[in-house]
Unconditional design. Sequence first.
Length: 152
Amino acid sequence: MASKPLAALGENLGNSLQKAVVSMVRFSSALALYGMENMQTAISFQKGGGLPKAAENLEAVLDSMAQCLADQMEQNNQEALKSATKIAEQVVQQSVETMTLLDPRRMVKVANNLVQKSTEAISPRPGKQEAVEDHDNDKPRLAVEILTTSNP
């Protein structure tokens, strides 16, 4: 008789786990389909708003779902979620800032600054004795010549 309640418990646990797995699949599918629907809306431009509106709608739904989940969590997990959110915000912000470096005008400016700083680093500083140059130094020289002579 003791085996029947144990078997029933195992069966109930199995059914509960199966239902939980089905719920996870349903949730993942709904999220994927919702995302696809928003992307189609953004691309079509027929329903109005385009990509910015679709992104706002997706953000609102995701934030709402995340808040529903957070409301069911213990306090320490809610704090961990807040921390993860702050880290995500920082990473995304840094990524956006990095992408702005890909602007050709900014790249040229960065390159010019780099050349200027490099020139300043290798040019003689005031107060240092400068080497006397002759006209031959303006001509290109082989690396072997430079490495084998005492005064380049």
